[in-house]
Ligand binder design. Sequence first.
Ligand SMILES: *[C@@H]1O[C@H](CO)[C@@H](O)[C@H](O)[C@H]1NC(C)=O
Ligand SMILES: *[C@@H]1O[C@H](CO)[C@@H](O)[C@H](O)[C@H]1NC(C)=O
Length: 742
Amino acid sequence: MARNDDYLPLFETKTAKGLIPFRLFAASMFTSICFIMVYRVNQIQKPAKEEEEALLGRKWTWIGMFIAELWFSLCWILNVVVRWKPVYRVTFKDRLSKRYNEKDFPGIDIFVCTADPIIEPPIMVLNSVLSVMAYDYPPEKLSVYLSDDGGSDLTFYALLEASQFAKEWLPFCRKFKVEPRSPEAFFHRAPKQVEDSAMVKEWTSIKKLYQDMKTRIQTTTKLGRISEEIRKQHKGFHEWDSVSGQHDHDTILQILIDSKAVDNEGKRLPILVYLAREKRPTYHHNFKAGAMNALIRVSARISNAPVILNVDCDMYSNNSESVRDALCFFLDEEKGHEIAFVQFPQLFDNLTKNDIYNHFMRIISEVEFAGLDSYGGVYYVGTGCLHRRESLCGKKHSKTLKQNLINTRYRKEEESASVLEEICRELASCTYEDNTQWGMEMGLKYGCPVEDIISGIDILCRGWKSIYYNPERKGFLGLAPSTLLQSLVQHKRWIAGDFQILLSKYSPLLYGHGKIPLPLQISYTQYMLWAPTSLVWLYYYVVPSLCLLKGVALFPETLNPWVIPFLYVFFGNRAYTLGECLCYGGTLREWLNEQRMWVFRRSTSHLFAFFDNILKLLGITDSTFIITAKVDDDHEDVSIKYEQELMEFGATSPMSTILASLALLNAIIFAVGLKRLIEEYDKTLVTNPFVLQIILCGLLVFINLPVYIAMFLRMDKGRIPTSITCQSFILALAACSIIQMY
Ligand SMILES: *[C@@H]1O[C@H](CO)[C@@H](O)[C@H](O)[C@H]1NC(C)=O
Ligand SMILES: *[C@@H]1O[C@H](CO)[C@@H](O)[C@H](O)[C@H]1NC(C)=O
């Protein structure tokens, strides 16, 4: 092992700039919040004036506002804790390569998980696999495992094609240092990159190879079955002879590239393994956690690398040096021994300029996760993450036992592929985990839809630390949904999972008590409170508007000094988020889109996530609340609109109805309120108690503009269907008239 005498660290941690202004701002906000609280409490205690006496429920509405504001303040405090001192990591790959010889690098086992050949088309899986096979890393140290929970021979076929194509693709990537190394992404943006004339020729020929392969795979996928001709290519297809269904089959395990295969230049290729673990209707398969655990066992027998990289099949590696970056953390002499996993941000490839559905979540990935990192523990988000095998397998961290990745024996004795396959089939069987600690103490945890997050928290509770690494050039990119509904449904799933953790025994406040730092426990809780916050938010969304209609004032009058803290908290916070977005490279329109998506998500995704969990808790089956997003098949059309940044509503779903009803309700009330304001202009503007309510209502109307446009002006398929518009009108008018009568 070649080592420098001076032990320069392999990575560096920097604290974010601008913390002092932020903390001053936070202090001023806190003061204003206190003023608001004082005002509310005073007003609630005050006996109501004569004319208000008649307004039943005024007091209760005020108490509601008070509770809502108290709740928002709590959330705000959590938010401040998260961003108290974000840190950023910088790696030194040059020091790494100086200090360690390439042949001493630890092996990396890469797990790619796929679950359904329809939702996750084989060609996408293939690109993901090729991009990680082509890492700039000694290929004999890489092993790629594909877990196919769909048990589909179409996916297997794509992987077989990948194993052939890799023989050309890997030397090509090496020779011209191409980036990114997913062929689809590379050829998509390549024309600008091809300057070198030697490259042009090879570029053309390899592009043709890729296109031909893509056509073959897509034809087969369309056909839905493997033709006889293809079946003859590999013995592995025979394994499907005994498959009786997606959830009822033996383990299918094929080593497509074994440890002796070479590419067209005679260099070794990474090992490539296809695994569809055994499935039986009588056994619970535990979703992705089950697949990961099977992969951990199988890979331990085949390559047993000390580092495991996990990527979802809809993501590809956008940087061939990410593995080296991660090693800078694991191999750092001083701090490396306590690091269990290195998490890269989960980002998307095909975003529009202003990120209309706020997929990027710039602030979460740039600021908040950096904040979690400063407390020593970012989440494991389930993709784009490199783990130390032993921490994933349940080992506790101990200071005395410095686990050295370099000296770990990497590959077990060479056995022939067919013998290995036979042994490994057993490891992936349904019964293997019976009466073992798998899914509890070992591997990923079972029994929760967000098993990744719980498993990550559990690893931290066992004394390990995690690192969030968010370089300028992103390590992994995925595909973002391109309609509003898909995006909302995806968020609902995430938020529901987060809320479920809060209700489970893994709630960070209880489970993490004494094991992870308090600020980290608090920071985690922030995300888990999003679901219940939606109720409070809905109150603030609807009640001030309804009260405006009814003539109940909820805020101080225009010239009352108490109005200042309200204005400061509201506009100050907006201004702060805008500043944050611009500082981290966003645009004004992106910020607006983000604000809009917050409104939409809170009134649908978060709300549904809340009720989902409550119904489950009450023992009412969760199937009552399934949302079906009917997605338009017209992809061409959808993606054009996506590029034009036109929101795609299009489908009928309870979510659309809620969005449309709330938008209409606010529009109607805003019109009424404005009319009243104009009528009473001369006498009461200065002491008008409704001005704040009108402003709030007006802002909501402004945020909802795309909804009105989609209801009344747009003619394309992405508009809100007329049936939903009608329903929403009825709902909004009903709400108004009930309030009027009452
Ligand atoms: C992905 O990689 C390419 C170069 O290969 C780079 O130009 C691009 O900025 C990267 N994308 C992101 C989001 O970092
Ligand atoms: C982004 O990817 C999705 C999924 O493949 C696709 O439907 C959509 O059209 C893409 N959008 C753009 C702008 O490329």
